[in-house]
Design a protein around this ligand. Structure first.
Ligand code: ZN
Length: 491
């Protein structure tokens, strides 16, 4: 028998570790016993009783991390080992953020930003059911929960997504969204910041948010503007969610551009006030640079811009736009035009804002990593260890218990991932074992594809899916269907 098969047919006992259970509660010493897919016992000195023992002495045993903000729709199928994520301790990714989802769409022309996931050859799932089947057939290393993207719905139903949709087109979007939710999608995402979503008014968004709310899903949004109009844009998101009677998650919250640095004091107070009245969550990545497709209106001549890919000039990936413009003897605007289509990191935030948002109690951790970029933002490989190591341990921004909560228990509750995100008897055995003293991100803007340090072992659905000293482990992830809302009696 192959040692891996032997290991996976037996109960597992994680012995001698310190449990941080994901709820935010203080750590405690305990063994954790896993049988099949679930944790069956958490306690002191559990009997071995035929189990294979994994020594966790001196290590933290925590729920596997949930990356609530990803663009991993396609990579979970084409590179299912998911090394950038599993090596950080991530056991579940939420795909389909920012209005961009791989399903439901089959299209000959894939406009930006949908091209973040690949070209028309990748958009081959006419329904969410087809996408779910593809994920479950591949069995990637991590679990997958999916949002239905609003821009994807618009491109699927309109000949021209840059205008207002007709009532018939909106009705068709609603049908596709219902299909996605029925297939188990976690909710709806929008990216009204992007051209493919920007022409939608609040009536269209509220209609779709309402369908999502009825099904018990969540609405996430990359708001219309994160610069001077950030407050108005937050208000639009709150009003949309309120009309749709749905919880909302503000994606990668930030105040971008030098004129807005320091304004997270204002935006977080604004969010706090609105939270008295409706359910609002946030996600955030732990870096001062954002990353997306190349957009000329983001080239202001002030902030630093790092090219991550360029179709006409792949040799310019990993170089600064200012240097390219100098070499080409043109303005940064002109250089940006010549590099299109492409992507970039924009150094558009200030450190105090990033820390303020990370610290905010309703903020979850989401990487927003872009797995198809030639020279990706380091958040793809470093987000979770960076929060645990740099921000929690080294800077003392919050306790390790709080850091873990923001990437497990809080996230599972927000996205209604049942029996995930906690270490307790009965929960799925998605578990990460790491060294609190050494965990750190190693990916940088210069060397972004560098594996983090300090994660020893990761379990997904009860099976060892990653060990720092072992390769070739089989994936055990699956598609996570949204828990159906309880129908109230008589309804
Ligand atoms: Zn976004």
């Amino acid at each position: 028998m192959h040692p891996e098969d032997d290991r996976n047919s037996r109960a597992l006992l994680l012995r001698g570790g310190t449990v941080i259970d994901g709820t935010g509660a203080p750590r405690f010493g305990a063994d954790v016993r896993v049988e099949g897919e679930r944790i069956v016992a958490v306690g002191a000195n559990l009997a071995e009783d035929g189990a294979l023992v994994l020594d966790a002495t001196g290590r933290i045993v925590a729920p596997g991390f949930i990356d609530v903000h990803t663009h991993d729709d396609q990579i979970v199928l084409s590179a299912p080992r998911m090394l950038p994520k599993i090596s950080q301790g991530v056991t579940t990714v939420v795909v389909g953020n920012c209005g961009i989802s791989l399903a439901p769409l089959v299209h000959a022309n894939v406009p930006p930003p949908l091209n973040l996931l690949g070209g028309p050859d990748k958009y081959v799932y006419p329904t969410m059911v087809a996408y779910v089947a593809a994920v479950d057939a591949v069995r990637p290393a991590v679990n997958v929960a999916a949002l239905v993207g609003h821009s994807t719905l618009r491109v699927a139903t309109m000949d021209d997504p840059y205008r207002q949709a007709t009532p018939a087109e909106q009705a068709r979007m609603g049908e596709l969204l219902r299909e996605g939710l029925a297939a188990g999608a976690a909710g709806l995402s929008s990216g009204v910041f992007y051209a493919t979503g920007a022409a939608a008014d609040i009536d269209e968004l509220a209609l779709l948010a309402g369908i999502t709310g009825e099904a018990g899903g969540v609405y996430t949004t990359h708001i219309r503007q994160e610069m001077d109009k950030v407050l108005d844009s937050l208000d639009e998101a709150f009003a949309t969610a309120k009309r749709g009677n749905v919880p909302v998650v503000i994606s990668h919250h930030k105040c971008a551009g030098p004129r807005n640095w320091g304004r997270t004091i204002q935006t977080l107070a604004h969010i706090d006030a609105a939270r008295r009245d409706q359910a609002i969550g946030l996600d955030c990545y732990p870096y001062i640079a954002g990353s997306t497709v190349l957009r000329s209106e983001m080239v202001d001549g002030i902030i630093d811009i790092l090219i991550t890919w360029s179709t006409p000039h792949p040799e310019m990936a990993a170089r600064r736009l200012a240097g390219i413009a100098q070499e080409w003897n043109c303005t940064q605007q002109e250089a940006c035009e010549r590099l299109q289509p492409g992507g970039a990191c924009y150094f558009q935030m200030r450190e105090d804002d990033v820390q303020r948002v990370l610290r905010y109690p309703a903020t979850m951790i989401g990487s927003d990593g872009l797995p198809h970029d030639q020279h990706p933002h380091p958040r793809l490989w470093g987000t979770f260890p960076r929060v645990l190591g740099h921000y929690s341990r080294d800077l003392g921004l919050f306790s390790l218990e709080t850091a873990v909560h923001k990437m497990s228990g809080l996230s599972a509750r927000q996205f209604r991932l049942e029996d995930r995100g906690e270490i307790r008897a009965g929960a799925y055995a998605d578990i990460v074992v790491f060294d609190a003293a050494t965990i750190r991100d190693a990916a940088t803007f210069e060397q972004p594809k560098t594996q983090a340090v300090g994660v020893d072992c990761v379990l997904v659905n009860g099976r060892v899916a990653y060990r720092c000293d072992e390769t070739g482990l089989k994936g055990n992830g699956r598609f996570l269907r949204r828990v159906r809302q309880q129908t109230s009696p008589g309804a």
